[in-house]
Each structure stands twice: as C-alpha cells, then as structure tokens.
Ligand binder design. Structure first.
Ligand SMILES: *[C@@H]1O[C@H](CO)[C@@H](O)[C@H](O)[C@H]1NC(C)=O
Ligand SMILES: *[C@@H]1O[C@H](CO)[C@@H](O)[C@H](O)[C@H]1NC(C)=O
Ligand SMILES: *[C@@H]1O[C@H](CO)[C@@H](O)[C@H](O)[C@H]1NC(C)=O
Length: 458
C-alpha cells in the first residue's frame, strides 16, 4: 500500500464516509490520455484477494453521470475464460469511452448514464490482474474464480464504503454465464450468515449456461444462416456434434472423425466471417495480421469493427497505464485475452443453469439476453434453456413471447416467466451486444434495472 493509500484509509476510518469528498481517493483517475472532459468521477486500481497479498485483481469503476449515490451499482464481467472486462466491456461495449487513435470518444449509450459501473479483470492473469505466486496461473478454475471475486467485492466495499448499501446487480457476458451465477450464489450464502451485500438481480448476455445445449445450437445456426452446406450440417449433427468435438479437444483425444467434420465446418464457414456476429464485417488488419496483407477496408458506418485493436494499442501505452494506476506484472504487454492463464477448460461442462434456478427460488430476478447475430452462443440454445428452467420451476408466463421496441423499431423479442425470469433477444446484435447495438442494449439495461418489462410499443 502506498503512503497516500494508507493515509486515506486511516482518515476514512477517523472521519467516516464523508472523507472521500475531502481527500482525493487514491484510486481516482485524474484524466486519461486523450480523454474528453466529463462530469463524472472514475477510479481504477487493485484489490488484493489473498492473505499473502500475492493475488491482485484490477478494477475500473465509473460513477453514474448524475447523482451516483442514488443509482445502483453494477458489476460487469467478461468471459473467455481469460478476457478482460476493462478491455472488452469498458472500452468496447458499455463503458463511457471508446479508444480511437490517440484519443477517447464518448459512448453516448454508456451504461453509467443509469448506474455506477464496476468492471473487474478476473481471474488473476487477465488484463492488468496478476499473481506473484509462481504457479498460480495453473489450474485456475470456476471455484477459485468465484471465491476470489467474492473477496474482491467485500474488499472493494472497504475502498468505497458509500456504495455498501447500494442495490447491486451482477452482469456479464459469454463465459460470465459461469462467473456471475457462481458469484451470486456465494453472495447469497454470505448474506444468510450476515446480510452484507444488497444483491438485486443478475443479467447475462449470450451466456454459457449448459454446455451441450449451448454448443449444439451452433450447427443449426450455421446452417440456417448459410454458413455451412446441407451435407456438412448432416455430419455436424450426426457424425460429430460440436459438444463432442469440444469435449474431445480439451481432453487431448480428438478423433479423426471429429477432426474431419470440424475442418469441413471451418472451411465452409470461413475465417473471414465474424462468428460473434455473422453479419458484421471482420477487422481485416487483425484477421490478416499474421500474413501481413493489407486488404482494402470497406468503410463501415457506425460500428468500428477494429475497436479491439484500438483498445490493445491504447491500453499498452505507458501514459495510459500510469493514469489507470495499472502495472504489467509477469507479462510484457497487455492483451485482450490472457496468454498466461491456464484455466481448467473442463469447467466449461459445469452446468450453471441449475444455479440460476436456485437464485430464482431465492427471489433474485434474472435476465438472459441474446444478441441474435451471434453464432458462438446462439439465442436458440439460451431460449431453450430458459424455457426449460421456467417449466422445471413451475413459473408461468407473465409476458408472452412478443416484440419489444427501441424508438420506433423492433429491438428484439422477449418473454417473462413468473415476473422473475426474463429472456430477451437484441435484434441485429453480436455476442458483444452493447458493442454492435448500443442503443437497444441500453434500453434493455434500463428496463432491467427498473424491474419493468421491455417497451411494448412506441
Ligand atoms: C448502510 O445501512 C446500515 C444499516 O441500515 C447503516 O447502519 C449504514 O450507515 C449504511 N451505510 C451507508 C454508507 O449508507
Ligand atoms: C452430441 O453427441 C454426443 C456424442 O456422440 C451425443 O451423446 C449427444 O446426444 C449429441 N447431442 C446432440 C444434440 O446431437
Ligand atoms: C400456472 O398456471 C396454471 C394453469 O393455468 C395454474 O394452475 C397455476 O396455479 C399457475 N401457477 C402459478 C404459480 O401461478
């Protein structure tokens, strides 16, 4: 701990919460390089999550634009496992800024218009989070990640005690379909001993919830969107389906059959189609970076498909790292997804849909939403899982399957069960829905926070 941080903590204890307004918080960001002037505060830094102080998780916290203490607190987690919530979530999806060359542009649909947004790089080895213990990146798994995330939350509240009683929503995307329910479960267990964290709901975008259903929905999605032929679809559903392929792959026992089917699937679907959004252009420089071919780039209108490359160069700047109070520990450069983390990939197969069920039984509202152009975790798998869960729990439909509106256009479809379990699609959105459909995603987010059904008409 630095002297300033130590002094701050001592003074906070002596003077109570209000001291954070007298002394600048040690994690307060003065100004990010290239940042436009803003009217909200933002903070970033580390929270250690073990007694030996070897494991430190990096966070970026953006206060709500207006009256932050009256707004909810939203934790956002990206997936992978191994990808950075700061790099992907904050800087390309729902955060206040998007890197563009040397500067940051404002995101008009930043979620901090409605909430205090807390982005966490988790587990250790991801983004700016690190461990100094020699072998700590080996066999990191769901259980360890959930425990560390809980310790992070508890200790983060020590840094920001003024948010201790705020309504907390835990949200995320993709593999956060594991992180979020697993963390929420630990929060509820903690609250049963001593009410500590005011958990009000969870939301998950294109989440991995149940391995076989989610992965095997890919074949039909590829086929119905023209990415594979009829004959390859037949092989991909009868000879070797995707869940079998992944299972074999991570057990180092790839069969000749599966290997053949997958190379057909890959050849037909092409690496020049973005599997996270089958209609969006790919970022040519990043796809071709290894062959160093400069292809002419079609001008894409609103969506910067190369934003990930922008983020990589921005977050690798020394002045940016300094402004963020970030350090590179054990790595030479910052990466979107970790190269040093050795996650236990067999945890992919742990079903978390059952945890969602137990959260609903505790009265926690759950929203599962799907960017409908994503072929990686397609909407059809998520919709099946949500429907099946509602049936199991005996939840009746409270909002029948219908369209919802953003402006005068259809934003997607929705169905709600028992007023607690909601499903929604976001029309025209990718795996990273707030990236490709920022406005629609924002409407969805606001309805979720307000606990209201999505707009039925315009
Ligand atoms: C949070 O709520 C508890 C119990 O109602 C109260 O004692 C405490 O002062 C509150 N803290 C803040 C920061 O509002
Ligand atoms: C996928 O393949 C496995 C192993 O062959 C099989 O048990 C399973 O039923 C298949 N699932 C689907 C949805 O086809
Ligand atoms: C759900 O609907 C069924 C059939 O209409 C009804 O019998 C049951 O009581 C309802 N359950 C709840 C929890 O409202």
């Amino acid at each position: 701990m630095t002297m300033a941080a130590a002094l701050f903590l001592v003074l906070s204890c002596l003077m109570g919460v209000k001291s954070s307004y007298l002394l600048p918080h040690p994690d307060k960001i003065t100004q990010l390089p290239g940042q436009p002037p803003v009217e909200f505060q933002h903070f970033s830094g580390y929270v250690t999550v073990d007694e030996k102080k070897e494991k430190a998780l990096f966070y970026y916290f953006v206060e709500a634009e207006i009256d932050p203490l009256s707004k909810p607190l939203v934790l956002w987690l990206n997936g992978g496992p191994g990808c950075s919530s700061i790099g992907v979530g904050a800087f390309s999806e729902n955060g206040p800024f998007r890197p563009n060359g040397q500067v940051l542009l404002r995101n008009e649909y930043s979620w901090n218009r409605e909430a205090n947004m807390l982005y966490l790089d988790t587990p250790i080895g991801v983004g700016f989070s690190y461990s100094t213990g020699a072998s700590s990146y080996v066999t990191v798994n769901d259980e360890m990640t959930a425990k560390d995330n809980l310790v992070f939350l508890q200790r983060w509240f020590l840094k920001f005690p003024q948010y201790r009683n705020s309504s907390l929503f835990i949200t995320g995307e993709s593999y956060a379909g594991h992180y979020v329910p697993q963390l929420a479960k630990l929060v509820i267990e903690l609250n049963k001993k001593r009410k500590m964290i005011n958990l009000k709901g969870i939301a998950l975008g294109n989440p991995l919830l149940e391995f076989t259903t989610d992965y095997n929905s890919r074949a039909e999605y590829f086929w119905s969107h023209g990415l594979i032929s009829d004959s390859t679809y037949n092989l991909f559903t009868s000879v070797c389906n995707y869940s079998r392929y992944v299972r074999e792959y991570y057990r180092d026992s790839l069969s000749v059959l599966c290997s053949r089917v997958m190379s057909l699937v890959n050849r037909e679907s092409s690496r020049f189609v973005n599997k996270y959004d089958v209609t969006l252009d790919v970022c040519i420089p990043s796809v071709l970076s290894q062959s160093k071919i400069i292809a002419p780039q079609r001008n894409s209108e609103r969506i910067d498909v190369c934003v990930e490359d922008e983020t990589v160069s921005y977050l690798n700047r020394r002045d940016v790292q300094k402004a963020l109070h970030a350090r590179l520990v054990g790595v030479r450069r910052w990466d979107v997804c970790s190269n040093i983390l050795d996650y236990d990939m067999l945890d992919l197969e742990i079903p978390t849909i059952s945890i969602i069920g137990s959260l609903i039984k505790e009265g926690i509202p759950v929203l599962i939403y799907s960017g409908d152009q994503d072929s990686v975790i397609p909407l059809t798998g998520s919709r099946t899982l949500v429907h099946r869960l509602a049936k199991q729990l005996g939840l009746n439909t409270t909002v029948p399957y219908r369209v919802w509106f953003e402006g005068q256009q259809v934003g997607g479809w929705t169905q709600v069960y028992g007023n607690l379990l909601s499903f929604a699609t976001i029309r025209g959105a990718s795996h990273e829905a707030p990236f490709s459909q920022p406005e629609r995603s924002f409407v969805l987010f606001k309805s979720f926070l307000d606990g209201r059904p999505l707009p039925q008409e315009f």
